[in-house]
Design a protein around this ligand. Structure first.
Ligand code: OKV
Ligand code: MN
Length: 248
């Protein structure tokens, strides 16, 4: 309750100092102005296990963990997993003083109940991705992966990312967007008329009709800076006055 801020798809990684700086400024602002912060998936561009991150963090990751921990000391910080950092676990949350949010989750906010999800689960037209998702979300598969030595995990991750980059180029924009029926079904199952998600990198507010009633779908922006799109990033503010999409 109070002012809840939601962001997703920051995609922190080794070589994105601009993104990191913009995000740390945002965390600082959230510490001052929000009553809670929810990071709704893809905080990190890749995650191959809490152990590697916590034991030998490279400099960029140590900096990120420090900023997140400082935020969690100031306000409740909730972390939901995305399609890239789905291996974030309890050890990471504990180290940060954050809480894991099992998405999809229903947030009880001053603007009413809101269904919160990363969004990849709604991209049901992308059959190849859904197949990948089913495999890597299987508990025993994750168990085996996490038991592998770090070097092997890194190599598998690098291969998976290279393959994914190639596959994306062949996919249409429509395939990589949410499927309206999957969205409707999730809202219906949750008994909500508001959905917030990220993942598609297409920030917008969509007015929908769900079983004859008005509903809304808020899409969070991603934070990946590049030459073509230098002004990305943003978040959603939720309070008694409503739900607002804020851009950097
Ligand atoms: C995350 C995505 C790479 C998309 C692999 C089991 C396997 C986990 C994993 C490896 C990859 C996460 C953990 C990464 C997301 C990609 C490429 C495409 C579309 C297994 C459990 F292989 F043994 F089955 N992985 N990494 N992708 O590099 O962070 O979301 S990752
Ligand atoms: Mn995503």
């Amino acid at each position: 309750r109070g002012a809840v801020w939601v962001a997703s798809d920051i995609h922190l990684g080794e070589a994105v100092p601009q993104t990191a700086r913009a995000f740390y400024d945002f965390l600082d602002r959230a510490r001052q102005q929000a009553d809670a912060l929810v990071l709704c998936g893809d905080l990190f561009d890749a995650w191959i296990g809490d152990d590697h991150a916590l034991r030998h963090p490279p400099a960029w990751l140590a900096a990120a963990l420090g900023e997140l921990a400082a935020t969690a000391r100031a306000i409740p910080l909730w972390l939901a997993r995305g399609n890239r950092d789905f291996l974030m676990g309890r050890a990471l949350a504990d180290a940060l003083g954050a809480r894991l949010l099992d998405a999809p989750a229903i947030l009880d906010t001053d603007a009413g109940p809101i269904l919160l999800a990363h969004g990849d689960e709604f991209c049901t037209d992308d059959l190849a991705y859904q197949r990948f998702r089913r495999i890597v979300r299987t508990p025993w598969v994750q168990h085996v992966f996490l038991a592998l030595p770090l070097g092997l995990r890194r190599a598998i991750a690098a291969r998976a990312r290279a393959r994914s980059r190639l596959a994306r180029r062949a996919k249409s924009m429509a395939i990589m967007d949410v499927n309206p029926a999957a969205v409707a079904q999730a809202l219906r199952a949750a008994g909500c008329s508001t959905l917030i998600h990220g993942h598609t990198h297409r920030p917008a507010i969509h007015d929908l009709e769900l079983d004859g009633r008005a509903a809304r779908r808020f899409v969070l922006p991603d934070w990946e800076f590049d030459q073509d799109a230098p002004h990305r990033g943003g978040w959603i503010e939720i309070d008694a006055a409503g739900i607002r999409l804020q851009r950097l």
